[in-house]
Design a protein around this ligand. Structure first.
Ligand SMILES: [Zn+2]
Length: 126
């Protein structure tokens, strides 16, 4: 069994049940645009990052994550803010698979259920 760690930021996640490609659940590593397009995510950002939203430069940073915005925010984005937003995003209800309704979750840190079996792409010889 080969499990490849996801190093690159992926925009989609495959359903563990049916293999349908779903958008990634929101996390602190989601771009601000993705978070703001979600009603719950937007509320979290508005709650914690009002000062950032008020900054006109924010509009040019929508494609970035909060972590990426921090170094250039002039102190508007703080580690505490990132922590708080990340925690609340993690508490949002898990999105359901667009195809079969299975719950989609990010397996981050804790060892979750085993991934889907079978190769889903070209795999080299052993
Ligand atoms: Zn599914």
């Amino acid at each position: 069994m080969c499990f490849r760690p996801t190093v690159a930021v992926k925009k989609t996640v495959k359903c563990p049940k049916c293999g349908e490609v779903n958008p990634l659940p929101l996390s602190i590593d989601s771009s601000m645009k993705d978070i703001m397009e979600n009603e719950s995510g937007k509320a979290i950002i508005e709650n914690h990052c009002a000062a950032v939203l008020a900054d006109p430069r924010f509009k040019t940073a929508l494609g970035m994550t909060l972590k990426q915005i921090r170094p250039m925010s002039g102190g508007k984005v703080t580690p505490d803010m990132i922590q708080a937003v990340g925690n609340e995003l993690a508490e949002l209800p898990k999105p359901k698979c667009i195809s079969c309704g299975e719950e989609i979750s990010l397996t981050k840190g804790a060892a979750g259920p085993a991934g889907p079996k079978g190769p889903s792409g070209p795999s080299g010889p052993k």
